[in-house]
Design a protein around this ligand. Structure first.
Ligand SMILES: *Cc1c(COP(=O)(O)O)cnc(C)c1O
Length: 225
């Protein structure tokens, strides 16, 4: 077995007994690396650039489930709308409306996660609790017929302070539990909680993550991205 397969198997062993799935983050990595992961049985892959994801989608096996995990610009939604499996980082109502519009054009319902701002850094995107509450109560969601919000996503602060990371993931889990019991609409049913990356997924698993997004621990360090 190559390194990539070994790394994937190791993480999958850690996931046994949890309800979490592995999203292999292949951004910046070549097709051959994705193919190697695929050959070991991996089917869910995450990318953060529209063009790169689309090139990989076109070249690689069609049963791969492609996850857009990065910040998505509204004018690029159209390129991924025909095939994307799940958009993780929806951070505005305007983006959600655009995804809805492109979903309609493609005659599909596109699954989305809403990104919640949990980190200390002000640069990370996302809704805060009040934005989300307002959006869910103002009725606007009802009009969106070609999206389905099926969970929340968050990124913890990049820090060595594991207590802080745990606190942030725990906060997201509390919000997830609250909103998943409080709000049910035809197109809003929270079941997925996407949190945890190479450096912090153990903490995320401890707080109920259902999807970990792991790149460098599988494919090695990136030079950029
Ligand atoms: C790059 C990226 C990851 C994976 O990061 P690693 O530290 O390499 O595991 C996860 N989530 C998002 C949103 C990313 O952009």
């Amino acid at each position: 077995m190559g390194d990539i397969a070994v790394n994937i198997n190791k993480i999958k062993t850690e996931l046994a007994g949890t309800s979490a799935r592995l999203i292999a983050v292949s951004k910046t990595k070549p097709m051959s690396a994705v193919q190697e992961a695929y050959d070991s049985g991996q089917r869910d892959f995450g990318e953060n650039k529209v063009q790169e994801m689309t090139e990989k989608y076109e070249a690689l096996p069609k049963d791969i489930r492609w996850h857009m995990i990065g910040h998505l610009q509204r004018n690029k939604v159209k390129y991924i709308a025909p095939y994307v499996h799940l958009i993780h980082a929806v951070d505005s109502v305007r983006l959600l409306r655009e995804i809805d519009k492109e979903g309609a054009k493609n005659n599909r319902i596109i699954s989305c996660l809403l990104q919640i701002h949990i980190a200390e850094e002000t640069t990370k995107f996302g809704f805060d609790k009040n934005d989300l509450q307002y959006f869910l109560e103002n009725g606007e969601l009802e009009a969106l017929t070609h999206i389905k919000v099926c969970g929340l996503m968050g990124m913890a602060t990049l820090t060595q302070d594991t207590a802080q990371i745990s606190k942030e993931f725990e906060g997201l889990k509390v919000l997830f539990d609250e909103f998943s019991s409080k709000f049910h609409f035809r197109n809003f049913e929270l079941t997925e909680l996407s949190m945890g990356m190479s450096g912090d997924y153990q903490y995320a698993l401890g707080h109920g993550s259902t999807m970990i997004r792991v790149g460098s621990s599988i494919f090695g360090e990136r030079n950029y991205g």
